[in-house]
Design a protein around this ligand. Sequence first.
Ligand code: KIV
Ligand code: ZN
Length: 518
Amino acid sequence: MTNQVLIFDTTLRDGEQSPGATMTHAEKLEIAALLDEMGVDIIEAGFPIASEGDFAAVTEIAKNAKNSVICGLSRANFKDIDRCWEAVKHAKAPRIHTFIGTSPLHRAIPNLTQDEMAERIHDCVTHARNLCDNVQWSSMDATRTEEDFLCRTVEIAIKAGATTINIPDTVGYTAPRESADLIKMLIDRVPGADDVIFATHCHNDLGMATANSLAAVEGGARQIECTINGLGERAGNTALEEVVMALKVRNDIMPWSTKIDTTKIMNISRRVASVSGFAVQFNKAIVGKNAFAHESGIHQDGMLKNAETFEIMRPTDVGLSETNLVMGKHSGRAALRSKLEELGYDLGDNELMDVFVRFKELADRKKEVFEDDLIALMHSNATEDDTLQLKSLKVACGTEGPQTADMVMLVEGSEQSVSTTGDGPVDATFSAVKEIYPHRARLQLYQVHAVTEGTDAQATVSVRMEEDGRIATGQSSDTDTVVASAKAYINALNRLIVRRTKSEPGYDTKGVSYKDAG
Ligand code: KIV
Ligand code: ZN
């Protein structure tokens, strides 16, 4: 058995499936390119039958991939599998991933007996294998499936030609020792197990996804399924950065390696946080803002004498630069380009010009521009293609309400203005947006963070909206909290508009129900 562990990233499938984490087509392509570049072995690019949008994204990611295997998800039926193949077949190395829920609870939904399910697995894996020589089988909810029946499903899948067998902990129920034992039991008991790769796919409902994944490797799994920042349904999936860094830092007791270039971790983490609208918690392992910050006197003193006193890995190992170098209004375009390159942004001339203009505007308002400010600037998501764009906003506040907002917005290119009042500046601003662009979407979450310290710090605002069961999150930053709020709200609405157009009846990306898995 090899000591190489394959990294299977499902940020664009399981991650994107998380309510509110919708990404646009262009964002998915960008994330896929970053995953490919950082050495991810297999990218699960989407669920091609879920929507036209998913199909188009998987197809294009397949065409563009340079190194990674490109995988698409399909339920266990021929229609899904055919659609998946149509999308992934363009890749240099395609993979079809097909699954069915095998636990008693999941078997009850399509109302299949064990024999009927066994037959379905045989037929679907055989069908997938006739299309593609790289086929992954998943027994969904494996950790709550009876051992004998799980062995039976795995054996059938192997005999039908599956090359990877995934054992998902779909509801985040297992614990490390159990996770290791389950994989070991399958390898010991199932005929043909030595000829395939076993994968572990954990969810984090009890906060054990990373531990369970690493334990599964101890039990014999050689593929970890994970997402950037642990993005994913409910409490998320195993975080890629955590398993990869754990294997690197504790290689003395976990002697398995991955191909991941860990210096690319911070950049992709920031990109995923920005495009998904799911901010990374400050104390998140590896990629949180505080993961390498040392504030207490004792820590700072120790760090200055010897960094190893309080650091088990170097910030540079994950792509953080040693200094949070400051830039100011006198910094030129070349300095900005070089700083952005250091932060992992490789911009074309036009893009750089656009960022430079915004950087100068920011530097005029803010004495010092820190790395975090530049990152926030890069992640302010508005584009010229957006249906709704903010042109100007003037808000009058005071101890005596109501507050007023004068707003000018472009709606599909046509300028519209309004003056509204509200209970506070943010309320007045959101009412202005609603008056210019009436909608039924409800505000579910409104969150403000300061990007850096100081009263001139930029604020990053996250807004989550819901409309007819569809959820979208928007984010924006500005030194003016109300302007950041307006942009974040508009960003969320733009995302809902994209989602409205991309969903097909019955096959909404978030709504693809596992109920139909049978
Ligand atoms: O969690 C899960 O079981 C899944 C399967 C579709 C692999 O995501
Ligand atoms: Zn999952």
